[in-house]
Each structure stands twice: as structure tokens, then as C-alpha cells.
Design a binder for this molecule. Structure first.
Ligand code: NAP
Length: 423
């Protein structure tokens, strides 16, 4: 183990990269433990967006035509027609570059364990699978969530980037709409109803099949009714997907980012009552059978809901688990120095932009925590180095910082030097 880090960020989706960007600009020299680029794992570096083609709803995440700062309406109209979303991998690459440009250090490794219960409020040890240990004062947990998969072999072949299988209608639906594709959604919960309803609203999609393995639904009555009354959605019940069939990609394809492979042609459905199978011709398959938050590293240490989503106190501070071995930790309202951000703690919104926002919040809270700790340890006058919400937030506003807008950590270090010089 080498130096003690200020902050380690675990996870490299929008939450992790945004936290790294903010922490780096605050001079915290963060280490981001990003996972690896091995596409055979569901924990790929970059997170869920690495499986997404065009992203059209991340503000400014577009390939923009060149525009002057104050364009005329005519120029703007011309530019609007030429806008298209970045691919998920491209957006994540940009986020990585931006965080590293400002000094975030990145490690392509997976975390094996984190000791939180043992030492609350002191330093924490993060062990990576290569056997190394990293000691840190604060941790931002941005490990995301993984969409549940069907678990059939053919699924991976067609997954993501234009192959035909997706877990996110909001992310990928428009590509299928442009391709005038018939699609199916798998699942019987609110997610499936929502995905099917969303896809049905896309003009280019003529038909949406809702495939569910039984006739009872977990979905709320209102969302189920809405889907059942939708003329574009056809329910296929008592059906499971046994296999997927492909076809060569047609020339002049409209689905972008197509890899050199087959695209989806049909799902082989099995009737759960008779065992009979049949081919359902579709171009797109949306798997909406739930998500699993990547929180198992923190079981028994941090509070999580029944599904495993990490809870926080409203300011991204993690809450101790009541099964944590340490009585000291159990007595705390929140765990000092441990923050959560993104889909690992959000089962409601689950958008790249909300995850990025939470990453920003967690980094600013981590900065505040570290500053308060430094001030207390150095015996400084807390008023002299204001740590008000406004001062800390303001220090992130400008790239041309004036004296009052310096990163908080820098101001505290200066104050420490002054005190030392006076002695
Ligand atoms: P969910 O409620 O757990 O439903 C998952 C569905 O997938 C179930 O119908 C389940 O079938 C099916 N399923 C699971 N594994 C399967 C497999 N291997 N093959 C085929 N089908 C499988 O998950 P969710 O729909 O993602 O919802 C999660 C939570 O988020 C819920 O609390 C939900 O209300 C909430 N949510 C809310 C909204 C909203 O209010 N706008 C939108 C989305 C989600 P069985 O029923 O047979 O087990």
C-alpha cells in the first residue's frame, strides 16, 4: 500500500466519471477504479452505456455542427437538422478524457472488497482483484446497476450496438423506429409496460409484442391497463424466449454502429403450457425483466433496500447497515466519508444525466467532508476558511478562479501554511 488517497471513486459510468471530474477540479487527486474493457462481463468499464448505440437525451451529448457563439435563427435551423447523438461508448470516452484532463487517475481493475465497518471515519481500505490495497479517506460508490439478462447463449451475440437486443428503449428505441422495425419486449413488470408503451409511441415502429411467461403481472394496474388498451401492443402470454435467430445485415442499413455480424431476425418462443415452440419474426428485442444494483460488496456494511439499492441521507452520504459488525458504526446516522451516486442508489430515474448529477453531488459532499476533516485535524479557525454550501459550490463555477474561488482544499492548505509561519 502506498500513499493515503483523498478519495477513491468506484465505478466508471456517468456517475463515476462526473464525480472524478469534480473531485479532480477540486484538487482532491481522485483515483477512479474503473473496471475493465472486457466486453464479456456485464461490468464493463464505462457501464451500461457501453451497450448503447445513439444517445439522444444527454444534454449536449451530440455531434454538433460548427456554430458561432451567437448563431442566427437560420444557422440554428440548419444545425438542428444535422444534430445526432453520440454513441454510448463515445460519450463515455469523452467523460473519461475530461476527468483525466483535470487530473483524475484511473485504474482499470475491479474491486474485490472494501472494509467500511472496521474503521468508520478514519481511513478505508479498497482491495482490487490484483491483490493490491488502496487506502483512502473517502469513497464514492458509483458501481451502477446491471440489467438482468435472459441467460440464453444467443443473447450476447445480438446484444447492443445495432445487433437487435437491448435493455433500454429510451436509449435505443429511436434507432429501431428509423429502421421501421417490429419489436418485442420481455417482462411483466412496470419496466416492461413502460418500455412497450414508449416504443409504441415511436412512429416508425409498426408493432410491439409484449412477451410474458405467465398471465399474472407484477406491473401496476394502471400501467398494465394502458399497455393492454394500446392498439399497437400485442400481448403474448405463457411464453418464454428459448433462442434467437439471426440474418445477415441488409445493405444500406439504417441502424448505426453495426458490427460485422448478423442482426436479429426472430425469437424462438416456447409456450410454457404445451412446450411447443414457434418463431416470432422481430427486428428488436427489449429485455425488461428488472435490474440488479451492483452493491454486493457493501452487503452487511451499508444500508440498502430489499432489492439491494444503496440508501443515502439526501446528501449522498451512505447509511450504515444495522447488521454491520461495529457498534460504533451502527450508532452513526451516516457513514463518514462514504458517498453513493448513480444507479446503484437509484431505481426510479436510472438515466445517464441523473447519474451524472448525483456524481457531482457526491463529489462536492466528499470535498466538504475532507475539508472539514482537515480543518479539524489542523486546529484551524473554521470561519476563516468558510465551508458554507455557497462557497464550496461557487468554487466549482469558473475555470478562471479568482482568489475567493479557489478549491476549498487549496484554501485550507494556505491557511495551514500561514498558521505554521506564524508559529
Ligand atoms: P419487476 O417488477 O421485478 O418485474 C420483472 C418482470 O420480469 C416480472 O414480470 C418477471 O416475471 C419477469 N422476469 C424476470 N426474470 C425473467 C426471465 N428470466 N424471463 C422472463 N421473464 C422474467 O421489475 P421492473 O419491471 O424492472 O420493476 C422494478 C421496480 O421499479 C418495481 O418496483 C417497479 O414498480 C418500478 N418501476 C416503476 C416504473 C414507473 O412507475 N414508471 C417504471 C419501471 C419500474 P414474473 O412476474 O413471472 O416473475
Amino acid at each position: 500500500m502506498n500513499e493515503i488517497r483523498n478519495v477513491i471513486i468506484i465505478g466508471s459510468g456517468p456517475a463515476g466519471y462526473t464525480a472524478a471530474l469534480y473531485a479532480a477540479r477540486a484538487n482532491l487527486h481522485p483515483l477512479l477504479i474503473a473496471g475493465s474493457l472486457d466486453p464479456t462481463t456485464s461490468r464493463i468499464k464505462g457501464g451500461q452505456l457501453m451497450y448503447t448505440s445513439d444517445i439522444e437525451n444527454f444534454p449536449a451529448g451530440i455531434q454538433p455542427p460548427d456554430l458561432s457563439d451567437y448563431p442566427s435563427e437560420e444557422e440554428t435551423q440548419a444545425a438542428i437538422e444535422n444534430v445526432h447523438g453520440l454513441s454510448g461508448p463515445d460519450l463515455m470516452k469523452r467523460m473519461e478524457l475530461q476527468a483525466r484532463h483535470f487530473g483524475a487517475e484511473m485504474l482499470e481493475e475491479f474491486v474485490e472488497s472494501v472494509d467500511i465497518c472496521a474503521n468508520p471515519g478514519k481511513t478505508y481500505r479498497v482491495k482490487t482483484v490484483d491483490g493490491k490495497e488502496h487506502e483512502t479517506r473517502a469513497i464514492i460508490i458509483a458501481t451502477g446497476a446491471s440489467s438482468k439478462r435472459l441467460g440464453i447463449a444467443a443473447e450476447e451475440k445480438f446484444f447492443g450496438q445495432g445487433g437487435g437486443v437491448s435493455t433500454c428503449a429510451t436509449c435505443d428505441g429511436a434507432n429501431f423506429s428509423r429502421a421501421k422495425a417490429t419489436v418485442a419486449v420481455i417482462g411483466g413488470g412496470d419496466s416492461a409496460m413502460e418500455e412497450a408503451s414508449y416504443l409504441s409511441r415511436l412512429d416508425g415502429i409498426p408493432k410491439v409484442y409484449l412477451v410474458h411467461r405467465r398471465e399474472e403481472f407484477r406491473a401496476s394496474k394502471v400501467m398494465l391497463k394502458r399497455a393492454q388498451e394500446n392498439p399497437k401492443i400485442e400481448f403474448l402470454l405463457h411464453s418464454t424466449v428459448e433462442d434467437l435467430k439471426g440474418k445477415p445485415h441488409p445493405q444500406g442499413e439504417t441502424i448505426r454502429f453495426f458490427k460485422d455480424k448478423e442482426v436479429l431476425a426472430a425469437a424462438v418462443l416456447k409456450d410454457t403450457r404445451t412446450g411447443e415452440t414457434r418463431d416470432l419474426e422481430i427486428d428488436g428485442l427489449f429485455i425488461a425483466i428488472g435490474h440488479t444494483p451492483n452493491s454486493e460488496l457493501f452487503k452487511g456494511q451499508l444500508k440498502m433496500d430489499e432489492a439491494g439499492y444503496l440508501e443515502h441521507d439526501g446528501r449522498m452520504r451512505a447509511i450504515p447497515s444495522m447488521t454491520c459488525a461495529s457498534a460504533e458504526m451502527r450508532s452513526l446516522e451516516h457513514v463518514p466519508g462514504i458517498f453513493v451516486a448513480g444507479d446503484v442508489s437509484d431505481h426510479i430515474y436510472r438515466q445517464a444525466i441523473t447519474a451524472a448529477g448525483m456524481g457531482c453531488q457526491a463529489a462536492i459532499e466528499a470535498e466538504r467532508y475532507l475539508a472539514e476533516t482537515m480543518v479539524a485535524e489542523a486546529g484551524l479557525d473554521a470561519d476563516a476558511v468558510s465551508l458554507s454550501d455557497e462557497t464550496i459550490a461557487q468554487s466549482h463555477w469558473s475555470s478562471e478562479r479568482e482568489s475567493g474561488e479557489k478549491p476549498v482544499i487549496e484554501r485550507i492548505m494556505e491557511a495551514e501554511e500561514c498558521v505554521a509561519a506564524e508559529k
